[in-house]
Design a protein around this ligand. Structure first.
Ligand code: HEC
Ligand code: HEC
Ligand code: HEC
Ligand code: HEC
Ligand code: HEC
Ligand code: HEC
Ligand code: HEC
Ligand code: HEC
Length: 424
């Protein structure tokens, strides 16, 4: 009898001890954690505590930029059919530096990673333990294959040329990267300290990770600018991305952006508007928006549940984005004639190229008028992205515009002048 009661009590004690052990977090020595070198841990680690951010990030292209084609065969968006590929390449014969039947076309089994999926797709293959971009490119909207550095593809190592913008935790010394795609730590910095600290150490946790919203506006925008940019690394010869840069640092120290003035006529128009893709930061820096503190994240979200997905992760679809701040503008001058209020059509013309010319929007937010093209035929204008066939005569189109902007501004009625009936 006594022995039984003792056993019961013992079981109870052991049970509650177990409970106590489960309910308390293991004691983590904060000083010991922060004495270790800070490192990348990968988005799957962040997922454990930030599931909502993770889920919404998963729905963005950032998470899918570089995909492991061995782990997920569906990452390859089109059949790798050598015959069809060579047929398409043959159509470009005159501009090829290697004859279309001699260009290296990878077998599906050789493809280790895919790069991109929205505008175009390229494929990574391995040679002498280095990743290279194979010389074929699939353009998604036009469904055609084109060449890509067919003459020197195996002299351009992917990690050095592109790695830091397409993968997270790229390490040139170790010839590796932490995670394919633009992971959490690409924008929030190395997360090992932050992840290792207990949930209850809220302030230490906040202090060990970058929250862009808590940085000054310019420094925060440079995080986006570390990839939505074109130029060369200042710390590493041949580097296409800002080698050594970390979120929160000053980008200029690690990266020199390209410009027309510096001779890059391939990627920039004579008026310094972008002709190449991934240059949104270069455009934006020239805009009134950047001066007034309207940044990338004023218009784009990077992880937010509950917003209906838009093509470019804008908070509102198309021109509604502009009207969320510029409410009145569609009533005045030239604006009123374009009653469909296509702000983006005029202020963000598609004049830059990713896969095919004209698939990427300008981010200077300035309308290019017919007179801009009249002055320099190599500079496009916004109007002809729509008025191409009807208004071939640019002088006429410019004159029509001037006539429009001379229209008197509409004058709103004042409350007193609105006639109303009084009761009696
Ligand atoms: C063990 C759980 C845990 C893990 C793992 C974790 N976090 Fe956190 N995170 C937290 C907690 C707790 C906070 C503080 C919440 C608060 O401020 O109220 C936080 C805050 C943050 C903040 C906001 C900081 C601030 O100053 O406002 C960011 C950004 C963040 N985490 C990103 C990450 C990233 C990126 C990873 C992966 C590298 C990650 N977290 C992994 C628990 C975690
Ligand atoms: C492309 C850059 C980018 C990536 C990738 C990214 N974030 Fe963020 N994150 C931001 C920005 C910018 C903010 C500041 C808030 C804002 O403006 O939306 C932020 C804010 C946060 C916050 C603070 C709370 C909040 O919502 O304001 C947490 C937590 C967070 N991110 C977690 C994550 C996790 C986890 C991942 C990966 C699954 C991730 N982020 C991936 C840019 C990024
Ligand atoms: C590490 C590099 C990197 C950083 C940092 C980065 N991006 Fe990106 N971003 C990319 C790449 C690469 C793509 C193209 C992904 C694809 O096509 O699969 C992209 C795509 C996008 C898109 C287009 C999505 C679409 O649906 O067309 C937007 C918008 C965007 N990024 C905004 C931002 C903003 C805002 C920030 C800063 C908070 C940021 N990015 C930071 C590399 C980056
Ligand atoms: C400075 C950063 C940076 C460098 C360097 C860079 N890219 Fe990108 N790339 C981006 C960003 C940002 C985007 C998406 C935005 C855009 O295209 O305007 C992108 C888009 C792409 C896309 C199209 C994605 C899609 O979904 O259609 C491909 C393919 C691509 N890059 C391949 C490459 C290759 C190959 C290299 C190296 C030779 C390279 N990039 C170098 C930042 C970079
Ligand atoms: C004033 C609002 C606004 C600001 C500021 C802004 N964007 Fe955009 N962005 C847009 C709109 C609108 C689109 C096109 C939406 C559509 O698809 O119709 C777009 C498109 C994009 C795309 C898709 C490719 C393209 O150009 O068509 C990327 C990538 C992008 N923006 C990145 C950025 C980055 C990075 C910054 C900061 C340097 C930035 N944006 C600043 C409004 C803005
Ligand atoms: C977050 C609010 C916000 C959004 C969204 C926004 N703007 Fe702006 N915009 C401003 C502010 C603030 C200014 C600078 C003050 C001013 O000149 O009115 C400005 C200035 C401008 C100017 C330059 C005016 C000048 O005097 O030179 C143009 C053009 C413009 N915006 C167009 C657009 C277009 C097109 C969009 C949509 C793609 C857009 N804006 C979205 C806030 C915004
Ligand atoms: C037919 C082309 C066209 C359309 C459509 C258009 N704009 Fe404009 N907008 C212009 C031109 C041209 C200017 C003169 C300044 C310039 O070159 O950017 C201008 C000027 C502006 C300014 C500067 C302030 C001012 O009154 O001069 C803002 C802000 C602006 N537009 C916003 C918008 C918004 C928001 C929309 C969508 C509702 C829009 N625009 C649609 C051509 C257009
Ligand atoms: C997004 C497409 C688009 C852009 C960009 C655009 N327009 Fe238009 N424009 C139209 C359409 C459609 C109409 C017919 C009227 C309407 O539906 O509002 C029109 C009407 C006009 C008219 C009235 C006379 C006519 O021909 O019907 C003039 C003038 C005009 N546009 C000039 C311009 C100029 C100059 C620019 C550049 C600053 C420009 N448009 C940019 C689509 C566009």
């Amino acid at each position: 009898m006594k022995a039984k009661a003792f056993a019961k009590i013992l079981i109870l004690i052991i049970f509650s001890l177990g409970l106590w052990a489960c309910s308390t977090e293991p004691v983590v020595d904060i000083a010991a954690v922060t004495a270790q070198p800070k490192d990348f841990v990968g988005s799957d680690t962040c997922k454990m505590c930030h599931l909502e951010h993770y889920d919404s990030w998963k729905m963005t292209l950032h998470s899918r930029m570089l995909q492991d084609a061995k782990a997920n065969e569906d990452a390859i968006i089109v059949p790798i059919d050598e015959k069809a590929i060579r047929e398409d390449l043959a159509k470009l014969e005159e501009s090829l530096k290697v004859p279309s039947d001699k260009i290296y076309v990878p077998q599906k089994e050789e493809i280790l990673y895919t790069i991109g999926s929205q505008w175009k797709q390229r494929y990574l293959v391995k040679k002498d333990d280095m990743l290279y971009i194979s010389p074929i490119q699939y353009n998604a909207d036009t469904h055609r294959w084109v060449n890509y550095h067919e003459q020197d593809w195996d002299k351009r190592p992917w990690l050095l040329k592109c790695g830091g913008c397409h993968a997270t935790g790229a390490d040139l010394e170790k010839n590796t990267f932490k995670e394919p795609g633009v992971g959490c730590e690409a924008c929030h910095g190395k997360g090992s300290w932050h992840a290792a600290l207990p949930k209850t150490a809220v302030f230490e946790k906040r202090n060990t990770i970058i929250n862009p919203a808590k940085l000054t506006m310019g420094v925060a925008a440079q995080i986006c600018g570390s990839c939505h940019n074109r130029g060369h690394a200042t710390m590493k010869k041949g580097g296409g991305w800002p080698v050594g840069y970390e979120p929160g640092k000053a980008l200029e120290a690690y990266y020199k952006s390209t410009s027309f003035e510096a001779g890059d006529v391939k990627h920039v128009y004579a008026n310094e508007f972008s002709k190449g893709h991934h240059q949104q930061f270069i455009d934006w820096q020239q805009s009134k928006h950047s001066m007034e503190g309207v940044t990338c994240t004023s218009c784009h979200y990077v992880h937010q549940l509950g917003i209906p997905p838009t093509r470019s992760q804008t908070s509102f679809a198309g021109s509604k984005q502009c009207l969320s701040c510029h409410e009145m503008i569609s009533n005045n001058l030239g604006h009123s004639i374009h009653s469909f209020a296509n702000c983006v059509g005029c202020h963000m013309p598609r004049i830059a190229k990713s896969a095919e010319s004209g698939d990427i929007h300008s981010h200077v937010f300035v309308t290019l008028l017919p007179e801009d093209t009249l002055r320099n035929p190599k500079i496009p204008n916004s109007c002809q992205t729509c008025h191409k066939h009807r208004n071939e005569d640019l002088k006429e189109l410019q004159a029509d515009w001037e006539a429009l902007v001379r229209l008197p501004k509409p004058v709103g009625k004042t409350i007193e002048s609105i006639p109303y009936k009084t009761a009696n």
